[in-house]
Design a protein. Structure first.
Lengths: 324, 324
DNA sequence: TTGTATGCGTTATCAT
DNA sequence: ATGATAACGCATACAA
């Protein structure tokens, strides 16, 4: 692989001059500029970004830590993040934490050693101080960590409210909300808050099911939904994130319940999977591309030394399909 | 951020010695080793991997180019690849080509400039010579490029055969195979070959539908499947990759056809989506984790200067669920 | 057992 | 308009 030295030698110049034309800095005669370009083409020269990074103290890399890109939401979000980062000249180092604390810590250390310019955190298994001690540009997805780390989320509260109202307006008399643990300080919990508030306000009986069962575990998840309908047979409305909602649809069918006639189901996310289901899932759309755009923007502005808003909340929208 | 110099100064030693304990090379007294460790901990020293990369001419980074990680198959495969790479001390630079030729070329150049140690290519929009001129460790997913670039794929031929035989054994009399363009030299085309062979051999009427319509485009894709059933109303068996199969199920239901009673459907991939469908999709399983493992292994061995097998084909398996 | 000098490829500063 | 040199942070060959 040709280096700047090879180009300089071949062009009968010094590396300084070559570097100058490479970076369009200072004065260079049209003649030498031409020559340098020609030699660079001849030698198929590509500047070594590692050396550049070392000198500039900038890697042009952003670390992305997510639970796993095989989850549709994070897959779609990661794609969008990568696109926006690339458009800005940044590369993405992908890290799947699988929500393993040790792994996440490991990844953070690795990213620091590799001098990424910033980290987008979609996984949150560490303690508050650990994130605060990072001492570099960070932005978190869906979790409020502290007053010093900016976060981004969709309007979970509004989403919960829209879902609740939709179910009520469709005539549901007994509804369920299925979610992960409410203990972590995730913005997703606002969905729960709004949902319960609405239901309470309208005196609609409701039940909240917290679970950490892996939604990809077909058997176990079905058992969970089964239990819900056994304990609350009158349930005629369910709100849960898209993947969970998909499981609910499955189980309803197996139980001989019709969707939406007997049970109405609303998802959250609007991952593409939602449109593949039978019936296609009504859901609350998170603006994934916009989120990615903002996430990258928040990191980039921190890298540039600018100050950024602390908690950005993006609007959601109801996508009404056939499950309600 | 502390550098090796800071550690050396603080410990009253030279950088050489510190480097030595850092890399466990040569002789060092237990005393100084202790001291160095202590100072490193005090200063929270992390070796700068950029500097290391420059010196070692090894970035410990692998480029991964896929159409998009938001596609379930690539999302799952990418997760697995990242895990295996990480276990081997390598990081993944994520590139979503969106099957855009210019973009893919751009990504390849970028990866070369960043001195990644190898590239895993899951996107194939470039010409053969371009890949051959890469001049670095490469392995491709599902495409045979040339005699010099190793590839990895699942046993598409066997998968096509299993699917065909299953449909036949279930009593199908008129089947369809839906696929992307057969023009590219992709191993996926072997599915088609085997499928058609089996159908011909058993004299089972069949039709092949090639399409490049985006499977995520609900309306258009439904129109395509609609057209299939309009032109071939007696179709009672369909083989297509999981996402396409999901669309077929959807459209069948909309047309009032029962699955599997009226139409039997077999997918290919066994992405997790398959188990979420109603009915759960019978499909040919690609061994995603094993593929990722081998892919990473093939790259690593090339990086190590070892020779590797040219075309690796991994076995597939029938996962029988309820759509057949 | 530890230190000195050099180089990895690049850019910036200061000369000329 | 171009060149010599130092520096980015680290690891090695060679000395001592």
């Amino acid at each position: 692989m040709a280096t700047i030295k090879d180009v300089a030698r071949e062009a009968g110049l010094t590396v300084t001059t070559v570097s100058r034309v490479l970076n369009n800095r200072g004065y260079i005669s049209a003649a030498t500029r031409e020559k340098v370009y020609r030699v660079m083409a001849e030698l198929d020269y590509q500047p070594n970004e590692i050396a550049r990074s070392l000198f500039r103290q900038r890697s042009k890399m952003i670390g992305l830590i997510v639970p796993t890109v095989s989850h549709p939401f994070f897959g779609e979000l990661s794609t969008a993040i990568e696109q926006h980062a690339y458009a800005a000249g940044y590369k993405i180092v992908l890290c799947n934490s699988h929500l393993d604390q040790e792994k996440e810590r490991d990844y953070v250390d690795m990213l620091k050693r590799h001098k990424v310019d910033g980290i987008i955190m979609g996984s949150h298994t560490l303690g508050v101080e650990e994130y605060e001690n990072l001492n570099m540009p960070v932005v978190t997805i869906d979790r409020q960590i502290s007053a010093t780390i900016p976060s981004l989320s969709s309007d979970n509260y509004e989403g919960g409210r829209i879902a609740a109202r939709l179910l009520i307006s469709k005539g549901c008399r007994k509804v369920a909300y299925i979610c992960g643990s409410l203990k972590l300080e995730l913005f997703a919990n606002r969905r729960h808050d709004a949902f319960v508030e609405e239901m309470t306000k309208t005196k609609c009986p409701h039940v909240v099911v917290q679970t950490n069962i892996d939604v990809f575990d077909t058997t176990q998840y079905e058992a969970l939904v089964n239990a819900l309908f056994t304990e609350h047979p009158e349930t005629d409305g369910v709100f849960a994130s898209d993947l969970k909602a998909a499981r609910v649809i499955q189980t309803c069918v197996r139980l001989g319940k019709r969707v939406p006639e007997d049970v109405r189901i609303v998802g959250y996310d609007d991952v593409r999977l939602a449109s593949f289901l039978v019936p296609p899932l009504t859901t609350i759309r998170q603006p994934i591309d916009e989120m990615a755009d903002q996430l990258v923007g928040l990191i980039l502005r921190q890298i540039a030394g600018e100050s950024v808003p602390m908690d950005t909340v993006l609007p959601v929208a109801l996508v009404e399909r056939s499950s309600t």
